[in-house]
Structures are given as structure tokens and as C-alpha cells.
Design a protein around this ligand. Structure first.
Ligand SMILES: NC(=O)c1ccc[n+]([C@@H]2O[C@H](COP(=O)([O-])OP(=O)(O)OC[C@H]3O[C@@H](n4cnc5c(N)ncnc54)[C@H](O)[C@@H]3O)[C@@H](O)[C@H]2O)c1
Ligand SMILES: [Zn+2]
Ligand SMILES: [Zn+2]
Length: 375
């Protein structure tokens, strides 16, 4: 089959590789109909993780079941499914508590597994024609048969639940205001979730025009950080009040001016969230960054205004999204015509165009906001 294989920093190629096989009775194989490119893939693509050449990328996958192992009880050949980016067992302590992003069984020595991702276990990615699904009865979420809502459902694998999770991590309640930093797919989905959940005002900070326009299109207030301190701009809009909640949908590769400042967003959130408010941090921070600017950054150590955080009594929530905690309800919002997350999708391309799509999405040019690959 064909698959998108990581070669070296800033290079992926579409190669012929072996088809996946059933390796365990609880496995299923899907024929991939959609696999999205994610901002998380870019950390690997840019050589900013320990990812080795040869990884097949793709953790946002959906498709149709074409084979099942003898232990699979619930899924059938022909079922249309979307897979959480998390690979999880369903029976460990964390899975049982709903924390499927921190499964202790699927990636020994580590809490959490994923498809096609460095340090997340031996699971191949879905930017390919076929994909093996471990613990398939637990991991796969069934979808209505056919092709309807394909681009909405594809976003259930990661960014829609992750945006929702970011808002939950912040402690948000209806009637509150939110500042979302980053208008990439995760930030736009956090803003959309906050609006669906009854936020009074949602500010979205970025500097990429097309992305800020998408934020404006759903009723959020776009804040362009290239035009001045975003915190000051939000204070101005909110008549000096700041916001109740803040979401970091950027992570450790945050930029300030034209260079990277890993603590830029956390610092801004501590300033802009009102005393006793909360920060939700789905944006990625890593314990090892080969491209970090100094020895501290390379170990994932950040300087944060912890004194201010304490003084303001802020709460902080972090971590990978437990997709299974949200994806069923978000699927049903899509089916009920109450949510249409696909407004973020800018490009739908065949697998062969993945190398160009990675390049453009990485440069955030030509309106590449969210790319769906259809193998
Ligand atoms: N927690 C999870 O489960 C999870 C899941 C998916 C993605 N992520 C992480 O979420 C982050 C966002 O993902 P994405 O797909 O939206 O990525 P993306 O790279 O497309 O978007 C990030 C956006 O942040 C903007 N940005 C950079 N510096 C900024 C700053 N100082 N202030 C405001 N905006 C700034 C960029 O211009 C860009 O538009 C990534 O770190 C990704 O790894 C986490
Ligand atoms: Zn993703
Ligand atoms: Zn588990």
C-alpha cells in the first residue's frame, strides 16, 4: 500500500510499504477514507522531536472496517468508524477512569499511545491506504454508513475533542469569557466549542490572516498579535476586565515577534485571565526538544510567572485529550445539525499530494489551515 513516510526534517515522501496485518485477536484493519494532517505532526516534521526517519505519519484517521481479528465482538466488516488519535486498552486504571490519553498498557513505560507518533508506541499512522486498529472494539467509534459529514466526522479523531478538552481544562462555565491563543485547528475548535457552550465573549489570538478570518466567521473576536501586545488588546476590548478562562492552543513552538519564545503564551495567559480564573493547556509541551534554544528549553524547562499565577489563584489543566471522553457526544451534535466543525477545513487532497501539503501547512501559507488526505 501507499503511505506518507517521514524522511528527515522538512521532508516526507509517499512510499510503497507492507499492508498492515491482524497481529492480535482484538485488532481490526480499516481502509482509510480520510486522514488529516495535524499541527502536532509539524513538531516531528520540523525535526523538533526525537522522531526517527521511517515513521508513517497520521493520527487523525477514519475509514471502513475491512478485516477483524477473532476476538473482536462489536465491530463488523463494512462498519464506518473514526478512531481517537489515542491508542488505548480500555481496561487499565486510567482508561477505566476515562483518561484514555494516559493508557498504561499500550506503550510500556509510558502513559499514553497514539498512531504514527514519536514516543507513543509502535503504532503505524493512517496517512496510508490501510491501518491496524488495536483493541478495536474499544477504540473505534461507529458512524452512520455512507459518506455524509465525512469532513466533520474526520475532526472527531483529534481537533474537535481537543479544542473542547482545552475549554474543559480551563474550568469554563457557560456565561464566562475565554481567550484562545492560536487560531490553528485546535484553537479554532476551542473557540467554536466555547461558543457552542455559551461563552459571552471569545477572543482568538494569532497573526495568520486566514485563520483569524475563520475565527471571526464563527463570532469570535480576532486579535492579531503582530499588531501589538495581545493581552493589552484584550484588556481594551473587555474594558480592563480580562477574561475568565484562557486556552493555550499553541504550545512550546510559540512565536513572539519573529522568533520562538516557548513561554510566550503561558505568560500571556497568566496576565490576561482574571484572579481565580483558569488556564487550559492542550498546546503541546515536550520534556525533550532537540531544537530548543538553550539547555533549559532542550529539557522542556520553562520560566513562568509562578508567583503571579499563585497570587491570582489560577487553576491550570494540561495534557493530551482523552478523545473517548467526548467523541460520541460531539458526533451526535454533528448528526443533529448542531455542530459543523468542518468550517476549518481548507484543503482535501489525495495522498500523493501530502509532501506539498506538509510544506504549505508548515509555512501556514496559501490558506492551509486544515488538510484532509483521502488515500
Ligand atoms: N493536547 C492534545 O491532545 C493535542 C492534540 C492536538 C494538537 N495538540 C497541540 O496543539 C497545538 C496546536 O495544534 P494545531 O493543529 O492547531 O497547530 P498549528 O501549528 O496549525 O496552530 C498553531 C497556531 O498558533 C499560532 N501562534 C504561534 N505563536 C503564537 C502566539 N505567541 N500567540 C498566538 N498564536 C500563536 C500560529 O500562527 C498557528 O496558527 C500544537 O502544539 C499541537 O501539538 C495537542
Ligand atoms: Zn492531531
Ligand atoms: Zn488503558
Amino acid at each position: 500500500m501507499k503511505a506518507v513516510v517521514y524522511q528527515r526534517p522538512f521532508s516526507v515522501e509517499v512510499h510503497e510499504v507492507a499492508d498492515p496485518k491482524i497481529l492480535h485477536p482484538n485488532d481490526a484493519i480499516i481502509k482509510v477514507t480520510t486522514s488529516c494532517i495535524c499541527g502536532s505532526d509539524l513538531h516531528m516534521y520540523e525535526g523538533r522531536t526525537a522522531a526517527e526517519p521511517g515513521i508513517i505519519f497520521g493520527h487523525e484517521n477514519m475509514g471502513v472496517v475491512v478485516d477483524i481479528g477473532p476476538g473482536v465482538a462489536r465491530l463488523k466488516v463494512g462498519d464506518r468508524v473514526v478512531l481517537p488519535f489515542n491508542v488505548a486498552c480500555g481496561h487499565c486504571r486510567n482508561c477505566e477512569s476515562g483518561y484514555s490519553a494516559f493508557c498504561t498498557e499500550v506503550n510500556p513505560g509510558f502513559a499514553g499511545g497514539a498512531y504514527g507518533y514519536v514516543a507513543m508506541g509502535p503504532y503505524s499512522g493512517g496517512q496510508a491506504e490501510y491501518l491496524r486498529i488495536p483493541f478495536a472494539d474499544y477504540n473505534a467509534l461507529n458512524l452512520p454508513q455512507g459518506t455524509e459529514f465525512e469532513s466533520d466526522f474526520a475532526l472527531l479523531a483529534d481537533v474537535f475533542p481537543t479544542g473542547w478538552h482545552g475549554v474543559s481544562l480551563s474550568g469554563f462555565r457557560p456565561g464566562e469569557s475565554v481567550a484562545v491563543f492560536g487560531a490553528g485547528p485546535v484553537g479554532l475548535m476551542a473557540a467554536y466549542s466555547a461558543i457552542l457552550r455559551g461563552a459571552t465573549a471569545v477572543y482568538v489570538v494569532d497573526k495568520v490572516k486566514e485563520r483569524l478570518d475563520k475565527a471571526g466567521s464563527i463570532g469570535a473576536i480576532p486579535i492579531d498579535f503582530s499588531e501589538g501586545d495581545p493581552v493589552e488588546q484584550i484588556y481594551e476590548w473587555s474594558h480592563g476586565e480580562g477574561v475568565d478562562r484562557g486556552v493555550d492552543a499553541v504550545g512550546y513552538q510559540a512565536v513572539s515577534g519573529d522568533h520562538e519564545v516557548p513561554n510566550a503564551v503561558i505568560d500571556a495567559l497568566i496576565r490576561v485571565v482574571r484572579p481565580t480564573g483558569g488556564l487550559g493547556i492542550p498546546g503541546l509541551y515536550v520534556p525533550s526538544d532537540p531544537g530548543g534554544q538553550d539547555a533549559q528549553a532542550q529539557k522542556g524547562y520553562l520560566t513562568v510567572a509562578f508567583g503571579k499565577l499563585f497570587e491570582k489563584g489560577l487553576t491550570v489543566g494540561t495534557g493530551q485529550c482523552n478523545v473517548k471522553a467526548y467523541n460520541r457526544q460531539l458526533r451526535d451534535l454533528i448528526i443533529a445539525n448542531k455542530a459543523r466543525p468542518s468550517f476549518i477545513v481548507s484543503h482535501e487532497l489525495p495522498l500523493d499530494e501530502a509532501p506539498v501539503a506538509y510544506e504549505k501547512f508548515d509555512q501556514r501559507t496559501d490558506g492551509f489551515t486544515k488538510v484532509l488526505l483521502h488515500p
